[in-house]
Design a protein around this ligand. Structure first.
Ligand SMILES: Nc1ncnc2c1ncn2[C@@H]1O[C@H](COP(=O)(O)OP(=O)(O)OP(=O)(O)O)[C@@H](O)[C@H]1O
Length: 413
């Protein structure tokens, strides 16, 4: 058995393991190993650290190599049995600070659900999508795209926030905002125009606050899921935008709901005030259509809000890394989510450096730091009550279904 010493270099892997964007999924996307002592056994064609082994034996299935975990640094259980049980539709939203591994964790959960018999949809509502990168497949286009690899249907959806906002703008501005204003001006109802000023909807859409795109994206997902065609999905996994956005998103549906509610009320007022002349101008039909659209949009916003707070079907999983900054932010996120009555049960601490048998000072220091952050979690009033899931740092990027399957088997137990 040959032994290669650690560090966070995938150069400790043979050259065929180097990660190339396009080829990753077909050839070597399961090229995953932990930092730490890495051994290669030519006899069995497998790598092993003290913690995992990766078998290079080619499988007959589409996904070339088999990746097998022997043991993870933490034997902590994520309660996956509970997550996977039942065929009632469940929503999992993964969120946290930027770059901590939300997409990798969300994608690995989606793969795991699909491999456990759930037709699954994974949705990115992060304006900076990375699902395509994570799956090493082109999932762009704002439509449901089948993901190749898992045993059961897995679809991905990257919502194009710009496009979604544009659609929203068309409905609210043309038919509900400026449309109302023009209409009222035309009717000589200037006194009602002032009331529109309060709505600030046009302003909102010109300089959208963070979170708006996500609210619209989620409402769009709800729109998809309302149709019969998509009723087969029993698990929906959301890869959400970084923390700040998520927090603002939580209050947005209320805000938008109120704004749209105001517009609709205003419409009713106008409708009665202009009932005598409206038929002359033949505008009644248009207005009714616009009102219906707004009403539907409002209903969807209400559903977004309800979805976030539904303890039976929804759970927000916080993803963090073991650093003081990330832990502090996660604590604040947990507090805010609880305040908003969003169900939170699990906390993933990602990128934990496993104990290393090699004599790497940098790793030892880093690990010590991480252990301190983990202690901080255990004594944090917000985070200590959550189910702690520890996920190891691996020394290459997690890309492609086999790698995600491997990661999923470590995290979701
Ligand atoms: N446990 C891990 N070990 C090694 N690399 C990891 C791990 N988790 C995530 N990564 C890598 O870190 C990078 C960022 O991960 P990912 O895209 O999942 O994070 P994110 O939180 O979704 O980021 P963003 O906030 O930018 O959307 C990716 O290159 C991913 O492969």
């Amino acid at each position: 058995m040959t032994t290669a010493a650690c560090c966070f270099r995938s150069t400790s892997l043979p050259s065929s393991f180097s990660i190339h964007k396009k080829l990753a999924v077909k050839r070597n996307s399961n090229a995953v190993s932990f930092m730490g002592l890495l051994s290669f056994s030519p006899k069995t064609s497998s790598f092993s650290t003290g913690l995992i082994s990766i078998s290079l034996k080619q499988r007959r299935s589409k996904n070339s190599f088999q990746v097998r975990a022997v043991a993870a640094p933490s034997e902590a259980v994520s309660g996956f049995d509970e997550m996977v049980a039942g065929t009632q539709r469940k929503y999992y939203m993964l969120g946290g600070k930027g770059g901590v591994g939300k997409t990798s964790c969300a994608a690995s959960l989606a793969v795991k659900f699909a491999n456990n018999g759930h037709p699954t949809l994974v949705v990115s509502t992060d304006p900076a999508h990375s699902l395509s990168d994570s799956f090493a497949q082109d999932l762009t286009g704002g439509q449901l795209v089948p993901v190749e690899g898992p045993d059961f249907p897995l679809f991905a959806l990257e919502i194009n926030p710009e496009k979604a906002r544009e659609e929203f703008r068309n409905v609210t501005q043309k038919d509900g905002g400026t449309g109302v204003k023009d209409f009222m001006d035309g009717m000589g109802l200037g006194m009602l125009v002032e009331q529109l000023g309060e709505l600030k909807l046009g302003e909102l859409l010109d300089t959208p606050p963070p979170g708006l795109d996500e609210a619209i994206a989620i409402s769009k997902v709800i729109q998809f899921l309302e149709s019969q065609e998509y009723s087969m999905f029993t698990r929906i996994v959301f890869d959400t935008a970084p923390t700040g956005h998520t927090l603002r998103l939580l209050s947005l549906p209320d805000f938008l709901d109120a704004s749209i509610g105001k517009i609709l009320k205003l419409r009713e007022k106008i409708a009665s005030a202009t009932s005598a002349i409206k038929s002359v101008f033949g505008q009644e039909q248009n207005r009714q259509g616009a009102s219906d659209k707004l009403e539907r949009l409002r209903e969807r916003m209400v559903k977004v809000r309800e979805l976030f707070r539904d303890t039976d079907s929804t759970e927000f999983v916080i993803v963090t890394i073991p650093t003081v900054m990330a832990v502090s932010e996660s604590s604040r996120l947990s507090e805010s989510l609880k305040k908003e009555n969003v169900p939170v049960k699990r906390l993933i601490v990602n990128q934990i450096i496993p104990p290393s048998a090699s004599d790497c000072k940098f790793c030892a220091m880093k690990r010590k730091d991480q252990m301190r952050a983990l202690e901080m979690i255990k004594s944090d009033s917000e985070l200590s009550s959550l189910m702690l899931i520890e996920a190891p740092l691996v020394d290459v990027e997690i890309r492609g279904v086999p790698a995600l399957r491997f990661m999923g088997d470590i995290i979701w137990k």
